[in-house]
Design a protein around this ligand. Sequence first.
Ligand code: ADP
Ligand code: MG
Length: 240
Amino acid sequence: MGVVVEVDRVSKVYELGGQMFQALKSVSLAIEEGVFMAIAGPSGSGKTSLLNLIGCIDTPSGGRILIDGVDVAGKSADELADLRNRTIGFIFQTFNLLPVLSAAENVEYPLLRRNDLTAAERRARVKHFLNLVGLSNFGGRRPNQLSGGQRQRVAIARALAVEPRIVLADEPTANLDRKTGDEILKLMRSLNKQLGTTFIFSTHDKRVMAMADRLVRISDGELTLLGVRTADRWAYVKAR
Ligand code: ADP
Ligand code: MG
């Protein structure tokens, strides 16, 4: 498996009200194509910061993010937007659906700026991905007419509709009850296997980590542990 994302000695410093805060401290990580990777750590440990950098929605204060071996710092704003739109799908803790749009329109939304797709192709994709997440009969509903689990399924369909290589999910089960959260993770896992899409998700839930085949533990902005599952065994590597 090739490496799709490389995080190379990345640091992130935020400035807030004249105070500097280092959220990530020289984080290095190689992510192979097709993995189901959990980033685990307590609240405030830097999970969202790391996902935002991998997703190119924020830029590192130091170090490099490479996608397919290419440093994203060298890309123009247009190239970055294109990379985000075609390569990366996002799933959020709070679903982030547009309330005035139906489920189907939410899934279609990121496809509207794709001028390589006809309206018929867009609709076919919407149908396909709503079906894949088990919502073929719910396309006409608004988010407020759906349960939390169904909303997150719409968000998963929306993320996948662009046929991204990487899906980033920031605590996707944090606003769901345990059973629904488990179902969402199982769905993500089966889509990961079925489509070969790389999934990188953050959590502070121990149960969630059991589903992963790569585990990264983060604490106070530093990686403390990397785990790799081979067959049924976990091999642990201390982070650099
Ligand atoms: P997590 O997702 O693990 O809860 P975050 O990456 O959101 O952690 O945050 C890591 C640390 O960085 C926290 O202490 C948080 O308060 C701080 N932080 C995050 N975003 C900002 C920001 N935009 N400005 C200032 N501090 C921030
Ligand atoms: Mg977070």
